[in-house]
Design a protein around this ligand. Structure first.
Ligand SMILES: Nc1ncnc2c1ncn2[C@@H]1O[C@H](COP(=O)(O)OP(=O)(O)OP(=O)(O)O)[C@@H](O)[C@H]1O
Ligand SMILES: [Mg+2]
Length: 579
């Protein structure tokens, strides 16, 4: 070890402008608060975008190797420019540790880019490496000002969402415009602070973009707590989603409670819906006078107009209302046909199913006011905040909905979000935030509900052109459809213990720095590695601390007096029934 110390000291004492190493060090303009000795070690290997630095660590001077901690940035000085490296692995070169003296440590770094000094003394950061470090180049603890340059968004408008882990004095900013328009994902194991981070970013996003609407699919009913002032909370008791606005597949999913309908069942339902639609007519007072007693509202069974199986119509047609009474009547007419086209038992079973749904108070939001609405305008106005009346965020609480309808509701909302953004010609931009996204767009195509997957994938693939954006939050990136993740141009990777989950992130992120994220399994709460378009460069950051009243409810809420009281069994049962 003494031998290493001698050799290490000898290397470190080589003159900085030693021609052998071509390391003419620019005058040090570092902050006076930084320690005097910033030299960490020298480059001993370099391959592709990675380099190995040999440094010295000693038990006696614990602060000496601070600059080399995993996840930190260091700089490799080339004179006119300084290469920035991200430390992703460290190991002692000898299998023993010398308490008293120096120990050789190999520090593996990913080379992220270069800080170049300009003519006027200003410096700027550029991703990618133009000059690779020769063997023997000195590596330094990074300068505070270089850190600021690296994470500076330049002319792009940034909002501060946290600070760097490496130096809490340097702000972590994101470009909100890019964050939204290129879709984003927040991934991390349970309890690391995903929802709190999302609440923080959404608050900043609506403040920065007045024409933005945010629709949060909130499976744990937690977000309303975070936005008491600027969100509208919607749940089964306050929303009307008329049954007629659902697409056939969505309505069938509700009627058959998530099981795929049998061929006959699907055909009958499709046919009777088409018949009921064809019989629907908005009756104006003039029409009423003229048509009184005529068959306007009840045309004869016109099976010719029924849509053929497998056919789907455009948005306008799909949103056209129809009456439940006409649906029942159409089934009755099929039951009464002399030459039966479908088994009577199937027809009767379908009628019973529809009656049961209609009579079930949990499904009141589908049926109660459906036939007093003639267009989807009130639905759009309520859910998508048109006009927003100071509350541009909608928190759609899914926890109180019957579980059988969650898929259909999510699908219809995602579909409406896209269609509305498209129809608004840019006057509204809509962010759909999916918590627990792996439920809606699972990796296995056989799982999940196809229409929800399609609607979300449509936003991910084409939404950008029309102002419909996607925010994905999940604890299980491994169970999420990788094609959706790869459409998210900004990823906040929070703590992820699972190797497979880390692998998924590596695959999804084009950025080379993603290959070095093994340390994701050990980062702290509120910490994230931010990759992608909305940040200047990959950064290890900590989200701003928020006050308890700014956090989503599950995270920040203390149980109220009422919560602490033991509920009566009747109350529990009523809650279970969603009453
Ligand atoms: N930015 C923050 N400021 C203050 N506290 C935070 C912040 N982020 C997280 N916390 C704390 O961390 C805990 C978990 O936060 P949060 O609910 O956001 O995690 P999560 O990743 O969404 O969890 P889950 O996967 O269970 O939904 C809470 O106790 C919360 O108080
Ligand atoms: Mg959460």
């Amino acid at each position: 070890m003494a031998g290493f110390r001698r050799r290490f000291d000898a290397i470190m004492q080589l003159p900085a402008n030693n021609s052998q190493f071509e390391t003419k060090i620019a005058p040090d303009r570092r902050d006076v608060t930084q320690p005097a000795d910033r030299a960490l070690g020298r480059v001993i290997a370099c391959a592709g975008s990675r380099a190995t630095i040999v440094a010295s660590a000693s038990g006696a001077a614990p602060g000496a190797q601070d600059g080399c901690a995993i996840g930190r940035l260091l700089s490799i000085n080339l004179g006119k420019s300084r290469i920035v490296g991200l430390v992703y692995e460290m190991r002692a070169l000898e299998p023993v540790w010398n308490e008293a003296g120096a120990n050789a440590v190999a520090v593996e770094v990913e080379l992220l880019g270069e800080v170049v000094d300009g003519e006027s003394g200003t410096a700027r950061f550029e991703s990618g490496i133009t000059t690779y470090p020769p063997i023997g180049t000195l590596a330094h603890r990074i300068r505070l000002r270089d850190l600021e340059h690296i994470h500076d968004l330049g002319h792009r408008k940034g909002v501060v969402v946290g600070c760097l882990t490496q130096d809490a004095g340097v702000a972590a900013s994101v470009d909100i415009e890019r964050l939204l328009t290129r879709h984003f994902a927040v991934l991390g194991t349970t309890g690391v602070g995903k929802s709190s981070a999302v609440a923080l970013m959404l608050r900043k996003a609506v403040a920065a973009k007045p024409n933005l609407r945010v629709l949060i699919l909130d499976p744990h009913n937690e977000y309303a707590h975070a936005f008491p002032e600027n969100s509208a909370r919607i749940d089964a008791s306050t929303v009307d989603l008329p049954f007629w606005l659902f697409r056939f597949e969505e309505f069938a999913d509700i009627v058959f409670r998530g099981r795929p309908p049998l061929e006959d069942e699907a055909e009958i339902l499709r046919e009777v819906i088409a018949v009921a639609r064809s019989r629907y007519r908005v009756v104006s007072p003039q029409d009423m006078a003229r048509d009184l007693g005529s068959s306007v509202l009840k045309r004869p069974l016109d099976l010719g107009s029924a849509r053929k199986p497998g056919e789907t119509g455009g948005t306008a047609e799909l949103a056209a209302p129809y009456r439940l009474a006409d649906l029942f009547a159409a089934i009755d007419e099929l039951i009464g046909l002399h030459e039966l086209r479908y088994p009577r038992t199937t027809l009767r079973a379908l009628r019973v199913r529809l009656e049961a749904l209609h009579g079930d108070p949990r499904y009141g939001f589908l049926f109660a006011h459906a036939n007093s609405m003639e267009t989807i305008a009130p639905v759009i106005s309520q859910i998508f905040r048109v006009p927003h009346r100071g509350r541009p965020i909608t928190v759609f609480q899914l926890a109180g909905l019957p579980s059988e309808v969650v898929n259909a509701v999510a699908s219809s909302l995602a579909r409406l979000a896209f269609d509305l953004a498209m129809a608004s010609h840019g006057s509204y931009e809509i962010l759909l935030l999916c918590e627990e996204a792996h439920r809606y767009v699972p990796q296995d195509p056989a799982l999940g509900f196809a229409p929800t997957r399609q609607a979300i994938a449509r936003i991910a693939k084409e939404g950008r052109k029309y102002g419909a954006y996607l925010g994905i939050v999940t604890q299980r990136p491994g169970e999420l459809d990788p094609t959706i993740l790869s459409q998210c141009s900004t990823v906040f990777a929070m703590r992820l213990g699972n190797d497979r989950d880390q692998e998924i992130i590596r695959a999804a992120i084009a950025d080379a720095s993603a290959s070095t994220i093994a340390f994701l399994s050990s980062i702290g709460n509120r910490e994230a590695i931010a990759f992608g378009e909305a940040v200047a460069t990959t950064m290890r950051m900590r989200f701003l601390e928020q006050r308890p009243e700014e956090l989503p409810a599950m995270a920040g809420r203390l149980p109220s007096e009422a919560d602490r009281r033991e509920p009566l069994v009747e109350e529990l049962v009523a809650r279970m029934r969603g009453l």
